[in-house]
Write a protein that binds this ligand. Structure first.
Ligand code: ARG
Length: 588
Protein backbone atom coordinates (compact mmCIF):
# COMPACT_ATOMS: atom_id res chain seq x y z
CA UNK A 1 0.00 0.00 0.00
CA UNK A 2 1.18 3.50 -0.72
CA UNK A 3 1.93 5.70 2.24
CA UNK A 4 -0.78 8.20 3.02
CA UNK A 5 1.69 11.05 2.71
CA UNK A 6 2.55 9.88 -0.81
CA UNK A 7 -1.11 9.68 -1.80
CA UNK A 8 -1.61 13.20 -0.53
CA UNK A 9 1.45 14.45 -2.39
CA UNK A 10 0.29 12.72 -5.56
CA UNK A 11 -3.00 14.55 -5.36
CA UNK A 12 -1.16 17.84 -4.91
CA UNK A 13 1.19 17.07 -7.76
CA UNK A 14 -1.74 16.51 -10.09
CA UNK A 15 -3.31 19.77 -8.97
CA UNK A 16 -0.14 21.77 -9.63
CA UNK A 17 0.26 20.13 -13.00
CA UNK A 18 -3.37 20.76 -13.92
CA UNK A 19 -2.80 24.41 -13.08
CA UNK A 20 0.19 24.48 -15.41
CA UNK A 21 3.05 24.20 -12.91
CA UNK A 22 5.74 21.64 -12.24
CA UNK A 23 4.39 18.69 -10.32
CA UNK A 24 7.34 18.65 -7.91
CA UNK A 25 5.90 21.75 -6.24
CA UNK A 26 3.05 19.65 -4.96
CA UNK A 27 4.51 18.00 -1.89
CA UNK A 28 2.73 17.65 1.40
CA UNK A 29 4.28 17.97 4.83
CA UNK A 30 2.62 17.61 8.21
CA UNK A 31 1.13 20.90 9.27
CA UNK A 32 3.02 23.15 11.64
CA UNK A 33 -0.30 24.76 12.51
CA UNK A 34 -2.36 21.76 13.61
CA UNK A 35 -5.06 24.16 14.80
CA UNK A 36 -5.65 25.20 11.19
CA UNK A 37 -4.98 22.15 9.11
CA UNK A 38 -3.61 18.62 9.04
CA UNK A 39 -1.12 18.93 6.21
CA UNK A 40 0.33 21.80 4.30
CA UNK A 41 2.03 22.40 0.99
CA UNK A 42 4.75 25.00 0.63
CA UNK A 43 5.29 24.52 -3.10
CA UNK A 44 3.88 27.88 -4.24
CA UNK A 45 6.69 29.69 -2.46
CA UNK A 46 9.30 27.70 -4.37
CA UNK A 47 7.26 28.19 -7.55
CA UNK A 48 7.26 31.95 -7.15
CA UNK A 49 10.92 32.22 -8.15
CA UNK A 50 10.61 29.70 -10.93
CA UNK A 51 7.59 31.34 -12.51
CA UNK A 52 8.11 34.95 -11.37
CA UNK A 53 4.64 35.02 -10.02
CA UNK A 54 3.15 35.81 -6.61
CA UNK A 55 2.98 32.68 -4.45
CA UNK A 56 -0.57 33.53 -3.42
CA UNK A 57 -1.61 33.36 -7.04
CA UNK A 58 0.06 30.00 -7.67
CA UNK A 59 -1.40 28.55 -4.51
CA UNK A 60 -4.80 29.89 -5.45
CA UNK A 61 -4.73 28.22 -8.84
CA UNK A 62 -3.64 24.89 -7.34
CA UNK A 63 -6.31 25.17 -4.65
CA UNK A 64 -8.93 25.65 -7.30
CA UNK A 65 -8.01 22.33 -8.85
CA UNK A 66 -8.47 20.67 -5.49
CA UNK A 67 -12.03 21.74 -4.85
CA UNK A 68 -13.48 18.44 -6.09
CA UNK A 69 -10.67 16.39 -4.56
CA UNK A 70 -11.42 12.96 -3.14
CA UNK A 71 -8.46 13.35 -0.80
CA UNK A 72 -8.98 16.80 0.66
CA UNK A 73 -12.08 18.19 2.28
CA UNK A 74 -10.36 21.54 2.45
CA UNK A 75 -7.55 23.22 0.50
CA UNK A 76 -7.28 26.88 1.33
CA UNK A 77 -4.62 29.46 0.66
CA UNK A 78 -2.92 31.21 3.53
CA UNK A 79 -0.42 34.05 3.28
CA UNK A 80 2.23 34.18 2.01
CA UNK A 81 1.30 31.23 -0.19
CA UNK A 82 0.74 28.13 1.89
CA UNK A 83 -1.88 25.60 1.04
CA UNK A 84 -3.62 24.49 4.20
CA UNK A 85 -5.06 21.04 3.80
CA UNK A 86 -7.59 18.88 5.56
CA UNK A 87 -8.08 15.25 4.75
CA UNK A 88 -11.48 14.02 3.67
CA UNK A 89 -12.97 11.65 6.25
CA UNK A 90 -14.13 9.17 3.61
CA UNK A 91 -10.64 8.98 2.17
CA UNK A 92 -9.16 8.29 5.58
CA UNK A 93 -11.74 5.61 6.35
CA UNK A 94 -11.05 3.91 3.04
CA UNK A 95 -7.32 3.99 3.73
CA UNK A 96 -7.73 2.45 7.17
CA UNK A 97 -10.09 -0.22 5.86
CA UNK A 98 -7.50 -1.28 3.38
CA UNK A 99 -4.84 -1.26 6.09
CA UNK A 100 -7.00 -3.41 8.37
CA UNK A 101 -7.32 -6.03 5.68
CA UNK A 102 -3.59 -6.16 5.04
CA UNK A 103 -1.37 -8.49 7.00
CA UNK A 104 1.31 -5.80 7.39
CA UNK A 105 -1.09 -2.89 7.75
CA UNK A 106 -0.07 -1.36 4.46
CA UNK A 107 3.68 -1.76 4.86
CA UNK A 108 5.14 -2.78 1.51
CA UNK A 109 7.60 -5.62 1.42
CA UNK A 110 10.98 -4.97 -0.25
CA UNK A 111 11.39 -6.08 -3.86
CA UNK A 112 14.81 -7.45 -2.93
CA UNK A 113 14.92 -8.49 0.72
CA UNK A 114 18.33 -8.10 2.26
CA UNK A 115 20.24 -10.66 4.24
CA UNK A 116 21.54 -9.00 7.37
CA UNK A 117 23.65 -10.28 10.24
CA UNK A 118 23.27 -8.38 13.50
CA UNK A 119 26.12 -8.75 15.94
CA UNK A 120 24.78 -7.69 19.30
CA UNK A 121 24.70 -8.62 22.94
CA UNK A 122 28.45 -8.85 23.38
CA UNK A 123 28.33 -11.31 26.27
CA UNK A 124 31.46 -12.90 27.64
CA UNK A 125 31.85 -16.41 28.97
CA UNK A 126 32.13 -16.87 32.74
CA UNK A 127 31.27 -13.26 33.43
CA UNK A 128 27.78 -12.31 34.52
CA UNK A 129 25.79 -9.90 32.38
CA UNK A 130 25.75 -6.48 33.99
CA UNK A 131 23.91 -3.25 33.27
CA UNK A 132 26.41 -2.43 30.54
CA UNK A 133 25.03 -5.36 28.56
CA UNK A 134 21.45 -4.17 28.62
CA UNK A 135 21.63 -1.63 25.82
CA UNK A 136 23.28 -3.74 23.12
CA UNK A 137 20.82 -6.55 23.92
CA UNK A 138 17.69 -4.40 23.80
CA UNK A 139 18.68 -2.29 20.83
CA UNK A 140 20.02 -5.20 18.80
CA UNK A 141 16.99 -7.35 19.50
CA UNK A 142 14.65 -4.57 18.44
CA UNK A 143 16.56 -3.81 15.26
CA UNK A 144 16.46 -7.49 14.41
CA UNK A 145 12.70 -7.56 14.87
CA UNK A 146 12.10 -4.33 12.95
CA UNK A 147 14.14 -5.51 9.97
CA UNK A 148 12.40 -8.86 10.02
CA UNK A 149 9.00 -7.28 10.19
CA UNK A 150 9.96 -5.18 7.18
CA UNK A 151 10.65 -8.32 5.19
CA UNK A 152 14.40 -8.79 5.49
CA UNK A 153 16.21 -11.95 6.41
CA UNK A 154 18.02 -11.32 9.66
CA UNK A 155 20.43 -13.48 11.62
CA UNK A 156 21.26 -12.42 15.16
CA UNK A 157 24.65 -13.49 16.48
CA UNK A 158 25.76 -12.95 20.09
CA UNK A 159 29.47 -13.16 19.16
CA UNK A 160 30.58 -14.52 22.52
CA UNK A 161 33.81 -13.45 24.11
CA UNK A 162 35.00 -16.99 24.75
CA UNK A 163 38.60 -17.24 23.71
CA UNK A 164 41.04 -14.77 25.18
CA UNK A 165 43.17 -14.55 28.28
CA UNK A 166 40.07 -14.63 30.45
CA UNK A 167 39.73 -18.32 29.58
CA UNK A 168 43.35 -19.03 30.49
CA UNK A 169 42.87 -17.23 33.79
CA UNK A 170 39.96 -19.41 34.77
CA UNK A 171 41.80 -22.58 33.84
CA UNK A 172 44.88 -21.48 35.80
CA UNK A 173 42.79 -20.80 38.86
CA UNK A 174 40.96 -24.12 38.54
CA UNK A 175 44.31 -25.90 38.33
CA UNK A 176 45.47 -24.03 41.40
CA UNK A 177 42.49 -25.26 43.36
CA UNK A 178 42.10 -28.74 41.89
CA UNK A 179 45.47 -29.92 40.57
CA UNK A 180 44.21 -33.50 40.88
CA UNK A 181 41.49 -33.07 38.24
CA UNK A 182 41.83 -35.42 35.32
CA UNK A 183 41.73 -32.44 32.94
CA UNK A 184 45.21 -31.49 34.07
CA UNK A 185 46.69 -34.96 33.63
CA UNK A 186 48.34 -34.59 30.26
CA UNK A 187 48.94 -38.33 29.95
CA UNK A 188 45.23 -39.07 30.31
CA UNK A 189 43.71 -40.49 27.15
CA UNK A 190 40.23 -41.50 28.22
CA UNK A 191 36.92 -39.70 27.98
CA UNK A 192 36.32 -36.67 30.18
CA UNK A 193 33.25 -36.43 32.39
CA UNK A 194 30.17 -34.97 30.71
CA UNK A 195 29.09 -33.10 33.85
CA UNK A 196 30.81 -29.80 34.51
CA UNK A 197 32.80 -29.85 37.76
CA UNK A 198 31.55 -26.39 38.74
CA UNK A 199 28.44 -24.23 38.76
CA UNK A 200 27.89 -20.84 37.22
CA UNK A 201 28.16 -19.11 40.61
CA UNK A 202 31.53 -20.76 41.20
CA UNK A 203 32.72 -19.66 37.79
CA UNK A 204 31.61 -16.14 38.41
CA UNK A 205 33.64 -16.05 41.59
CA UNK A 206 36.69 -17.63 39.96
CA UNK A 207 37.17 -15.14 37.19
CA UNK A 208 37.55 -11.97 39.28
CA UNK A 209 39.79 -13.83 41.74
CA UNK A 210 42.05 -15.02 38.96
CA UNK A 211 42.07 -11.65 37.30
CA UNK A 212 43.11 -9.91 40.53
CA UNK A 213 45.84 -12.47 41.19
CA UNK A 214 47.29 -12.08 37.73
CA UNK A 215 47.51 -8.34 38.17
CA UNK A 216 49.39 -8.73 41.44
CA UNK A 217 51.60 -11.65 40.45
CA UNK A 218 53.55 -11.75 37.16
CA UNK A 219 54.33 -15.42 37.61
CA UNK A 220 50.61 -16.23 37.90
CA UNK A 221 49.93 -14.16 34.82
CA UNK A 222 52.61 -16.03 32.91
CA UNK A 223 50.89 -19.29 33.83
CA UNK A 224 47.55 -17.91 32.66
CA UNK A 225 49.09 -16.98 29.34
CA UNK A 226 50.56 -20.44 29.08
CA UNK A 227 47.14 -21.96 29.76
CA UNK A 228 45.57 -19.66 27.18
CA UNK A 229 48.13 -20.86 24.69
CA UNK A 230 47.49 -24.50 25.58
CA UNK A 231 43.78 -24.02 25.18
CA UNK A 232 44.16 -22.31 21.85
CA UNK A 233 46.58 -24.86 20.52
CA UNK A 234 44.18 -27.64 21.37
CA UNK A 235 45.46 -29.40 24.49
CA UNK A 236 42.70 -31.93 25.18
CA UNK A 237 42.14 -31.38 28.88
CA UNK A 238 42.11 -27.63 28.46
CA UNK A 239 39.62 -27.90 25.64
CA UNK A 240 37.39 -30.21 27.66
CA UNK A 241 37.41 -27.90 30.63
CA UNK A 242 36.77 -24.90 28.40
CA UNK A 243 33.80 -26.71 26.87
CA UNK A 244 32.33 -27.05 30.34
CA UNK A 245 32.93 -23.37 31.03
CA UNK A 246 31.26 -22.47 27.76
CA UNK A 247 28.25 -24.72 28.24
CA UNK A 248 27.61 -23.68 31.83
CA UNK A 249 27.90 -20.04 30.83
CA UNK A 250 25.70 -20.27 27.78
CA UNK A 251 22.89 -21.93 29.74
CA UNK A 252 23.05 -19.13 32.25
CA UNK A 253 23.23 -16.43 29.57
CA UNK A 254 20.21 -17.91 27.85
CA UNK A 255 18.15 -17.64 31.01
CA UNK A 256 19.11 -13.99 31.40
CA UNK A 257 18.59 -13.03 27.79
CA UNK A 258 15.33 -14.93 27.83
CA UNK A 259 14.11 -12.69 30.64
CA UNK A 260 14.59 -9.81 28.24
CA UNK A 261 12.91 -11.62 25.32
CA UNK A 262 16.24 -11.59 23.57
CA UNK A 263 17.08 -14.63 21.47
CA UNK A 264 20.02 -15.23 19.21
CA UNK A 265 20.03 -17.38 16.13
CA UNK A 266 23.74 -17.99 16.50
CA UNK A 267 25.75 -18.52 19.63
CA UNK A 268 29.03 -18.29 17.79
CA UNK A 269 32.04 -17.04 19.61
CA UNK A 270 35.49 -15.71 19.06
CA UNK A 271 36.73 -19.28 19.37
CA UNK A 272 34.80 -20.39 16.30
CA UNK A 273 37.02 -18.42 13.96
CA UNK A 274 40.32 -19.37 15.56
CA UNK A 275 41.24 -21.73 12.75
CA UNK A 276 40.55 -19.12 10.09
CA UNK A 277 43.13 -16.71 11.42
CA UNK A 278 46.37 -18.20 10.00
CA UNK A 279 44.98 -18.37 6.46
CA UNK A 280 43.52 -14.88 6.69
CA UNK A 281 46.79 -13.43 7.95
CA UNK A 282 48.83 -15.24 5.28
CA UNK A 283 46.52 -13.86 2.64
CA UNK A 284 46.82 -10.31 3.93
CA UNK A 285 50.60 -10.65 3.89
CA UNK A 286 50.68 -12.21 0.47
CA UNK A 287 48.57 -9.49 -1.07
CA UNK A 288 50.87 -6.92 0.44
CA UNK A 289 48.35 -5.35 2.80
CA UNK A 290 49.87 -6.50 6.06
CA UNK A 291 53.40 -5.53 6.98
CA UNK A 292 55.59 -5.62 10.05
CA UNK A 293 55.87 -2.56 12.18
CA UNK A 294 57.78 -2.62 15.45
CA UNK A 295 57.46 -6.39 15.47
CA UNK A 296 53.69 -6.37 15.11
CA UNK A 297 51.75 -7.12 11.94
CA UNK A 298 49.57 -4.22 10.80
CA UNK A 299 47.43 -3.00 7.92
CA UNK A 300 47.30 0.71 7.12
CA UNK A 301 43.77 2.00 7.05
CA UNK A 302 44.14 5.75 6.93
CA UNK A 303 42.49 7.57 4.07
CA UNK A 304 43.33 10.87 2.40
CA UNK A 305 40.12 12.52 3.47
CA UNK A 306 40.66 11.74 7.18
CA UNK A 307 40.50 14.76 9.41
CA UNK A 308 41.72 12.87 12.45
CA UNK A 309 44.37 10.26 12.71
CA UNK A 310 43.24 6.70 12.06
CA UNK A 311 46.01 4.39 13.28
CA UNK A 312 46.85 1.16 11.45
CA UNK A 313 44.78 -1.91 12.24
CA UNK A 314 46.88 -4.36 14.22
CA UNK A 315 46.52 -7.93 13.04
CA UNK A 316 49.03 -9.78 15.21
CA UNK A 317 50.96 -8.72 18.27
CA UNK A 318 54.75 -8.95 18.27
CA UNK A 319 54.55 -12.33 20.03
CA UNK A 320 52.32 -13.57 17.22
CA UNK A 321 49.18 -13.59 19.35
CA UNK A 322 45.92 -12.49 17.79
CA UNK A 323 43.84 -9.62 19.11
CA UNK A 324 40.24 -8.52 19.44
CA UNK A 325 40.66 -7.04 15.92
CA UNK A 326 41.88 -10.28 14.52
CA UNK A 327 38.86 -12.23 15.69
CA UNK A 328 36.47 -9.58 14.46
CA UNK A 329 38.11 -9.65 11.04
CA UNK A 330 38.11 -13.45 10.94
CA UNK A 331 34.45 -13.37 11.95
CA UNK A 332 33.69 -11.14 8.98
CA UNK A 333 35.48 -13.65 6.78
CA UNK A 334 33.49 -16.48 8.31
CA UNK A 335 30.17 -14.68 7.87
CA UNK A 336 30.96 -13.84 4.27
CA UNK A 337 31.84 -17.46 3.58
CA UNK A 338 28.98 -19.15 5.36
CA UNK A 339 26.13 -16.62 5.39
CA UNK A 340 26.88 -14.28 2.45
CA UNK A 341 25.15 -11.30 4.06
CA UNK A 342 24.37 -8.05 2.26
CA UNK A 343 25.00 -6.21 5.48
CA UNK A 344 26.49 -6.74 8.92
CA UNK A 345 25.26 -4.47 11.69
CA UNK A 346 27.19 -4.18 14.96
CA UNK A 347 25.59 -2.79 18.08
CA UNK A 348 28.22 -1.87 20.65
CA UNK A 349 29.16 0.84 23.07
CA UNK A 350 29.87 4.10 21.25
CA UNK A 351 33.38 4.19 22.65
CA UNK A 352 34.28 1.54 20.07
CA UNK A 353 33.74 3.89 17.15
CA UNK A 354 37.36 4.21 16.05
CA UNK A 355 37.90 0.51 16.56
CA UNK A 356 35.09 -0.43 14.18
CA UNK A 357 36.20 2.20 11.68
CA UNK A 358 39.59 0.47 11.58
CA UNK A 359 38.12 -3.00 11.34
CA UNK A 360 35.69 -2.04 8.57
CA UNK A 361 38.35 -0.28 6.55
CA UNK A 362 40.68 -3.19 6.94
CA UNK A 363 37.98 -5.67 5.91
CA UNK A 364 37.13 -3.68 2.80
CA UNK A 365 40.73 -3.01 1.86
CA UNK A 366 41.89 -6.59 2.22
CA UNK A 367 38.87 -7.92 0.35
CA UNK A 368 37.23 -9.81 3.19
CA UNK A 369 33.97 -8.22 2.08
CA UNK A 370 32.76 -7.38 -1.41
CA UNK A 371 32.33 -3.74 -2.45
CA UNK A 372 28.57 -4.22 -2.11
CA UNK A 373 28.70 -5.48 1.48
CA UNK A 374 27.47 -2.88 3.86
CA UNK A 375 29.19 -2.74 7.23
CA UNK A 376 27.22 -0.72 9.74
CA UNK A 377 28.13 0.19 13.25
CA UNK A 378 25.56 1.51 15.70
CA UNK A 379 27.21 2.94 18.81
CA UNK A 380 24.99 3.25 21.84
CA UNK A 381 25.32 5.62 24.76
CA UNK A 382 25.52 4.70 28.41
CA UNK A 383 22.77 4.00 30.89
CA UNK A 384 23.52 6.41 33.70
CA UNK A 385 22.39 6.82 37.27
CA UNK A 386 20.78 10.00 38.53
CA UNK A 387 24.26 11.37 39.20
CA UNK A 388 24.94 11.33 35.46
CA UNK A 389 27.61 8.63 35.81
CA UNK A 390 27.32 5.02 34.62
CA UNK A 391 24.63 3.30 36.65
CA UNK A 392 25.84 1.64 39.86
CA UNK A 393 24.35 -0.32 42.73
CA UNK A 394 23.57 1.55 45.93
CA UNK A 395 26.91 0.30 47.26
CA UNK A 396 28.69 1.72 44.23
CA UNK A 397 29.39 -1.61 42.52
CA UNK A 398 28.53 -2.84 39.07
CA UNK A 399 24.89 -3.91 38.98
CA UNK A 400 24.17 -7.35 37.61
CA UNK A 401 21.56 -7.40 34.91
CA UNK A 402 19.46 -10.00 36.71
CA UNK A 403 19.35 -7.79 39.80
CA UNK A 404 18.26 -4.81 37.76
CA UNK A 405 15.44 -6.88 36.29
CA UNK A 406 14.53 -8.27 39.70
CA UNK A 407 14.43 -4.86 41.37
CA UNK A 408 12.33 -3.41 38.58
CA UNK A 409 9.95 -6.38 38.76
CA UNK A 410 9.63 -6.01 42.54
CA UNK A 411 8.83 -2.33 42.17
CA UNK A 412 6.20 -3.18 39.56
CA UNK A 413 4.75 -5.92 41.74
CA UNK A 414 4.44 -3.47 44.62
CA UNK A 415 2.66 -1.00 42.37
CA UNK A 416 0.17 -3.41 40.87
CA UNK A 417 -0.74 -5.18 44.09
CA UNK A 418 -1.09 -1.90 45.95
CA UNK A 419 -4.05 -0.55 44.05
CA UNK A 420 -5.27 -3.36 41.88
CA UNK A 421 -7.08 -6.59 42.36
CA UNK A 422 -4.44 -8.81 40.86
CA UNK A 423 -2.85 -11.36 43.12
CA UNK A 424 -0.80 -14.51 43.29
CA UNK A 425 0.77 -15.94 40.20
CA UNK A 426 -1.02 -13.62 37.83
CA UNK A 427 0.33 -10.60 39.68
CA UNK A 428 3.85 -12.05 39.48
CA UNK A 429 3.64 -12.67 35.77
CA UNK A 430 2.00 -9.32 35.11
CA UNK A 431 4.65 -7.53 37.14
CA UNK A 432 7.30 -9.27 35.06
CA UNK A 433 5.71 -8.23 31.77
CA UNK A 434 5.28 -4.64 32.85
CA UNK A 435 8.80 -4.46 34.27
CA UNK A 436 10.25 -5.62 30.95
CA UNK A 437 8.20 -2.97 29.17
CA UNK A 438 9.46 -0.35 31.62
CA UNK A 439 13.11 -1.28 31.07
CA UNK A 440 12.83 -1.69 27.34
CA UNK A 441 10.74 1.36 26.61
CA UNK A 442 12.84 3.47 29.00
CA UNK A 443 15.87 2.47 26.99
CA UNK A 444 14.59 2.26 23.43
CA UNK A 445 12.64 5.51 23.50
CA UNK A 446 15.99 7.32 23.55
CA UNK A 447 17.97 7.67 20.41
CA UNK A 448 20.47 4.82 20.69
CA UNK A 449 23.57 7.00 20.49
CA UNK A 450 22.53 9.17 23.43
CA UNK A 451 23.15 8.45 27.10
CA UNK A 452 20.11 8.28 29.35
CA UNK A 453 19.33 8.25 33.03
CA UNK A 454 17.80 5.13 34.50
CA UNK A 455 14.97 6.44 36.62
CA UNK A 456 12.98 3.57 38.07
CA UNK A 457 10.25 5.90 39.36
CA UNK A 458 9.65 7.39 35.96
CA UNK A 459 10.13 4.20 33.92
CA UNK A 460 7.60 2.25 35.98
CA UNK A 461 4.99 4.99 35.99
CA UNK A 462 1.64 4.30 34.34
CA UNK A 463 1.55 7.86 33.11
CA UNK A 464 3.72 9.68 30.63
CA UNK A 465 6.09 8.43 27.99
CA UNK A 466 6.63 4.97 29.48
CA UNK A 467 6.25 1.30 28.67
CA UNK A 468 3.63 0.75 31.40
CA UNK A 469 1.52 3.57 29.92
CA UNK A 470 1.56 1.87 26.54
CA UNK A 471 0.63 -1.48 28.10
CA UNK A 472 -2.08 0.17 30.12
CA UNK A 473 -3.56 1.58 26.94
CA UNK A 474 -3.52 -1.82 25.27
CA UNK A 475 -5.14 -3.45 28.28
CA UNK A 476 -7.80 -0.74 28.37
CA UNK A 477 -8.67 -1.41 24.74
CA UNK A 478 -8.76 -5.15 25.29
CA UNK A 479 -11.08 -4.73 28.20
CA UNK A 480 -13.53 -2.69 26.11
CA UNK A 481 -13.37 -5.26 23.34
CA UNK A 482 -13.98 -8.05 25.83
CA UNK A 483 -17.04 -6.31 27.21
CA UNK A 484 -18.35 -5.70 23.73
CA UNK A 485 -17.96 -9.38 23.03
CA UNK A 486 -19.57 -10.43 26.30
CA UNK A 487 -22.61 -8.44 25.29
CA UNK A 488 -22.89 -10.31 22.04
CA UNK A 489 -20.83 -8.09 19.77
CA UNK A 490 -18.33 -9.44 17.26
CA UNK A 491 -15.29 -7.13 17.06
CA UNK A 492 -13.90 -9.02 14.08
CA UNK A 493 -16.97 -8.10 12.02
CA UNK A 494 -17.06 -4.46 13.05
CA UNK A 495 -16.69 -2.05 10.16
CA UNK A 496 -14.86 1.27 10.28
CA UNK A 497 -16.88 4.42 9.74
CA UNK A 498 -16.00 8.00 8.93
CA UNK A 499 -14.68 10.01 11.85
CA UNK A 500 -17.38 12.02 13.54
CA UNK A 501 -15.25 14.00 15.97
CA UNK A 502 -11.88 15.71 15.99
CA UNK A 503 -10.37 13.26 18.44
CA UNK A 504 -11.62 10.34 16.38
CA UNK A 505 -10.10 11.80 13.27
CA UNK A 506 -6.80 12.45 15.06
CA UNK A 507 -6.69 8.83 16.08
CA UNK A 508 -7.39 7.72 12.52
CA UNK A 509 -4.65 9.98 11.20
CA UNK A 510 -2.15 8.45 13.63
CA UNK A 511 -3.14 4.94 12.62
CA UNK A 512 -2.63 5.82 8.97
CA UNK A 513 1.02 6.70 9.57
CA UNK A 514 2.03 3.20 10.58
CA UNK A 515 3.66 2.05 7.33
CA UNK A 516 5.65 5.23 6.94
CA UNK A 517 6.89 5.06 10.52
CA UNK A 518 7.95 1.42 10.24
CA UNK A 519 9.73 1.99 6.97
CA UNK A 520 11.70 4.87 8.50
CA UNK A 521 12.53 2.95 11.65
CA UNK A 522 13.93 0.20 9.44
CA UNK A 523 15.85 2.46 7.07
CA UNK A 524 17.39 4.37 9.95
CA UNK A 525 17.73 1.37 12.29
CA UNK A 526 15.95 3.47 14.88
CA UNK A 527 13.72 1.77 17.46
CA UNK A 528 13.08 5.12 19.12
CA UNK A 529 10.92 6.02 16.14
CA UNK A 530 8.62 3.12 16.99
CA UNK A 531 8.43 4.34 20.59
CA UNK A 532 7.61 7.90 19.52
CA UNK A 533 4.89 6.56 17.27
CA UNK A 534 3.18 4.39 19.85
CA UNK A 535 3.31 7.19 22.38
CA UNK A 536 1.48 9.50 19.95
CA UNK A 537 -0.90 6.71 19.05
CA UNK A 538 -1.64 5.89 22.69
CA UNK A 539 -2.23 9.58 23.43
CA UNK A 540 -4.54 9.92 20.44
CA UNK A 541 -6.44 6.86 21.56
CA UNK A 542 -6.78 8.05 25.14
CA UNK A 543 -8.06 11.48 24.09
CA UNK A 544 -10.64 9.79 21.91
CA UNK A 545 -11.54 7.37 24.68
CA UNK A 546 -12.07 10.12 27.24
CA UNK A 547 -14.42 11.95 24.91
CA UNK A 548 -16.39 9.00 23.68
CA UNK A 549 -18.80 6.75 25.50
CA UNK A 550 -18.18 3.75 23.36
CA UNK A 551 -20.07 0.89 24.98
CA UNK A 552 -23.00 3.09 26.03
CA UNK A 553 -23.63 4.18 22.44
CA UNK A 554 -27.09 3.15 21.26
CA UNK A 555 -26.50 3.42 17.56
CA UNK A 556 -25.09 -0.05 16.92
CA UNK A 557 -23.39 0.86 13.67
CA UNK A 558 -21.69 3.81 15.20
CA UNK A 559 -20.57 1.69 18.10
CA UNK A 560 -19.28 -0.97 15.75
CA UNK A 561 -17.32 1.68 13.86
CA UNK A 562 -15.56 2.61 17.08
CA UNK A 563 -14.95 -1.00 17.95
CA UNK A 564 -13.29 -1.47 14.57
CA UNK A 565 -11.11 1.52 15.34
CA UNK A 566 -10.16 -0.01 18.68
CA UNK A 567 -9.33 -3.31 17.06
CA UNK A 568 -6.97 -1.64 14.62
CA UNK A 569 -5.39 0.53 17.33
CA UNK A 570 -4.81 -2.52 19.48
CA UNK A 571 -3.28 -4.50 16.63
CA UNK A 572 -0.91 -1.67 15.72
CA UNK A 573 0.14 -1.12 19.31
CA UNK A 574 0.74 -4.82 19.85
CA UNK A 575 2.66 -5.15 16.60
CA UNK A 576 4.79 -2.19 17.57
CA UNK A 577 5.63 -3.42 21.05
CA UNK A 578 6.35 -6.77 19.44
CA UNK A 579 9.14 -5.26 17.35
CA UNK A 580 10.40 -3.45 20.42
CA UNK A 581 10.59 -6.83 22.12
CA UNK A 582 7.94 -6.75 24.81
CA UNK A 583 4.36 -7.88 25.24
CA UNK A 584 1.20 -6.84 27.05
CA UNK A 585 -0.66 -8.80 29.73
CA UNK A 586 -4.39 -9.54 29.36
CA UNK A 587 -5.20 -7.31 32.28
CA UNK A 588 -3.40 -5.23 34.85
N1 ARG B 1 32.57 -9.10 24.16
C1 ARG B 1 32.93 -7.75 23.90
C2 ARG B 1 33.07 -6.97 25.21
O1 ARG B 1 32.66 -7.41 26.26
C3 ARG B 1 31.94 -7.03 23.03
C4 ARG B 1 31.78 -7.60 21.65
C5 ARG B 1 31.25 -6.59 20.67
N2 ARG B 1 31.11 -7.16 19.35
C6 ARG B 1 32.11 -7.32 18.50
N3 ARG B 1 31.88 -7.92 17.37
N4 ARG B 1 33.32 -6.90 18.76
O2 ARG B 1 33.62 -5.87 25.19
Amino acid sequence: MKKILDLISEELKNAFEAAGYDGDLGRAVPSNRPDLCEYQCNGAMAGAKRYRKAPMEIAGEAAEKLQESKVFSQAVVAAPGFLNLKIREEFLTEYLREMSGDEKFGLEMPAAPRKVVIDYGGANIAKPLHVGHIRPALIGESIKRILRYCGHEVIGDVHLGDWGLQMGLIITELKERHPEWVYFDESYEGEYPTEAPFTISQLEEIYPTASAKSKADPEYKARAMEDTYKLQSGVRGHRALWNHIRNVSISDLKVNYDNLNTEFDLWNGESDVHDLIPGMVADMKEKGYAYESEGALVVDVKEETDTKEVPPCMILKSDGASLYNTTDLATILDRMNTIHPDEIIYVTDKRQELYFEQVFRCARKTGLTTPETKLTWLGHGTMNGKDGKPFKTREGGVMRLENLIRETTEEMYRKITENQALSGEEAQETARLIAVSALKYGDLSNQASKDYVFDIERFTSFEGDTGPYILYTIVRIKSILNKYQERGGAPENARLRDAASASEKDLMMELAKFNEMMENACAEIAPHKVCAYIYDLANAFNSFYHETRILAEEDEEKKAGWIALLVLTCRLLETSIGVLGFAAPERM
